[in-house]
Design a protein around this ligand. Structure first.
Ligand SMILES: NC(=O)c1ccc[n+]([C@@H]2O[C@H](COP(=O)([O-])OP(=O)(O)OC[C@H]3O[C@@H](n4cnc5c(N)ncnc54)[C@H](OP(=O)(O)O)[C@@H]3O)[C@@H](O)[C@H]2O)c1
Length: 330
């Protein structure tokens, strides 16, 4: 299988490192696996015979790789290499999903399978993209878009095939969970905890995307559509952030065995808001961890906990890639 990676930042680099580490396992599934293209915002590297993985990794930045085409676009790369699989890892844009939305649409239309960690395109056009994938007989997998390394969609797809999921609650944003955790345990105010989160590099360039609940709302949209079959857009999610949570509110909650968490609720309606959560509830995880609590008609209650971001996210991307390789190998 010919594979292209569009977006070679934190996850792109970590993915390539894992591809090198897991090379024999990948080759055991698909002996023809090769990486034919990699792009970033300034250009791309392309080789129809397969790029040398160590050569790209060791170049000290894609633009320093000897075969780099400066000024080439990702769409140009995709047209040039017609990959069987595109791994889309460009930055999330919650306003219109671009440039990832166009990359994914273009890939599906040319008959390429797509694996992505980019929640923007799915939050904006979940059903449209899935219809496009179906029309062209290709797979669109997006495990890493919600709760990073937590294998949520795969679990539901593979292990809850007869279940009907009736309700989901999620702590889906590591930054706000870090802030609320610091407020709970250290009894510091919101501003001090936000400052700490910024110093640790945990916030987006625009922190209001996290603290205003918009990142969690995008993820709630994907959960609602993908797992509960709803037809929900971002504008349908009632969203409140954590900006107004005070140290006093958390202190009072704590005294009664609760804490305050930013919770995404997917049920009859889809909402993101600060909620009181009992400290002994399985959903109640701390620090940058994410958690998802499901209720279903057969299995009852299930909770998944794990890393919502960081290089562990590569686990979800790799699993999606292997899924595509396995389903297409004959
Ligand atoms: N980081 C995580 O832990 C994590 C977890 C779950 C999901 N995600 C999602 O996964 C995606 C990638 O995350 P990341 O942390 O790797 O982001 P990142 O470090 O910001 O990397 C993004 C990459 O995309 C490139 N890019 C921007 N516009 C492009 C375009 N038009 N064509 C090709 N490449 C383009 C950037 O190019 P330059 O290098 O030239 O700037 C950069 O290489 C994001 O959507 C993010 O929300 C990330």
């Amino acid at each position: 299988m010919d594979v292209a990676i569009v977006g070679y930042g934190f996850l792109g680099r970590n993915l390539l490192t894992s591809v090198v580490e897991k090379w024999s396992a990948i080759k055991a599934v698909d002996p023809y696996f090769r990486l034919v293209g990699v792009s970033n915002s300034t250009g791309y590297a392309f080789s129809p015979e397969g790029l040398p993985l160590h050569g790209v990794l060791d170049s000290g930045g894609l633009e320093h790789y000897s075969g780099f085409t400066l000024g080439g676009t990702s769409l140009e790369l995709l047209d040039k290499c017609s990959p069987d699989l595109v791994v889309e890892l460009t930055p999330t844009n919650i306003v219109d999903g671009e440039p990832g939305l166009t990359h994914i649409q273009h890939s599906l239309r040319m008959g390429s399978h797509v694996v992505t960690a980019n929640k923007g395109p799915l939050a904006h056009a979940y059903w449209e993209l899935n219809a496009e994938a179906q029309k062209h007989g290709v797979m669109l997998l997006y495990e890493a878009t919600v709760a990073g390394a937590v294998p949520l969609f795969s679990l539901v797809r593979e292990c809850l095939q007869a279940d009907r999921i009736t309700r989901m609650l999620g702590i889906l944003n590591g930054t706000t969970n870090y802030i609320l955790t610091r407020m709970h345990f250290e009894e510091i105010g919101f501003e001090a905890a936000l400052k700490e989160a910024k110093e640790r590099g945990l916030t987006e360039r625009d922190p209001s995307i996290d603290i205003g609940g918009h990142d969690a709302a995008c993820k709630a949209v994907i959960l609602a559509n993908a797992i509960m079959g709803k037809r929900v857009k971002l504008r349908d999610v009632k969203t409140r952030g954590i900006e107004t949570i005070t140290a006093e509110a958390i202190r009072l909650a704590k005294r009664s065995g609760y804490t305050i968490k930013l919770v995404a609720t997917v049920a009859d309606t889809v909402e993101v808001a600060p909620r009181l959560v009992p400290v002994n509830h399985p959903l109640c995880v701390h620090g940058t961890l994410n958690s998802v609590y499901l209720e279903s008609d057969l299995a009852g209650e299930l909770t998944l906990v794990g890393h919502g971001a960081g290089k562990q996210t590569v686990s979800a991307i790799m699993n999606d890639i292997i899924t595509v390789l396995k389903r297409t190998s004959h």
